[in-house]
Design a protein around this ligand. Structure first.
Ligand SMILES: [Fe+2]
Ligand SMILES: [Fe+2]
Length: 174
């Protein structure tokens, strides 16, 4: 992205629009869906890392409703479970498309909260958006290069402390 003086909120919103476009593309894709899903998961992972490493900590210190940031971390971790699932399966998995659709709904809700509540509060609190934007842009370039060519590592959670999920045996058909 060729932005000379990136504003943090503008940069994050541009990522949101890009992911919305990719989800929309997925709905109409007849083939190559795995490549598209990898692109979606990579975009989301980079975006989540920028927010978690740089933007959210700054917000947490500056805004009155710090709970908003805690909820955002938990929502990210929820999405990471689906990202990990998708990265570990292929398009012929029975729940593949459903996982992508549920991920898109989770992200839609999360993005709505960021754009309606968190970002306006961060702006009101007078955070230095140009400095945060520059920092995020530099980190973004680093991460995009690192994850190029499908080299996406398993997501790291920040609020989930590790859970034991046990896969149930398939139900027997009558
Ligand atoms: Fe977020
Ligand atoms: Fe975001």
């Amino acid at each position: 992205m060729a932005v000379e003086k990136p504003d943090a909120v503008a940069l994050l919103k541009a990522d949101h629009r890009k992911v919305e476009e990719l989800f929309e593309k997925f709905k109409h894709a007849e083939s190559e869906s795995e490549a598209l899903v990898l692109e979606i998961c990579t975009e989301l992972s980079v975006h989540a890392m920028l927010e978690e490493e740089i933007f959210y900590p700054a917000c947490q210190k500056a805004i009155d409703e710090a709970d908003l940031v805690s909820e955002a971390y938990v929502e990210h971790d929820g999405a990471k479970v689906l990202i990990a699932e998708l990265m570990d399966s292929d398009a012929d998995n029975a729940f593949y498309d459903a996982k992508v659709m549920v991920l898109s709904e989770m992200i839609k809700h999360h993005v709505g909260e960021e754009e309606k509540s968190l970002f306006p509060q961060a702006q009101k609190a007078g955070l230095d958006m140009a400095a945060l934007g520059a920092k995020m842009l530099a980190r973004k370039e680093e991460l995009v290069a690192k994850f190029a060519g499908g080299n996406l590592p398993p997501p790291e959670t920040r609020s989930f402390t590790g859970h034991k999920l046990v896969q149930a045996k398939p139900l027997e058909a009558d």
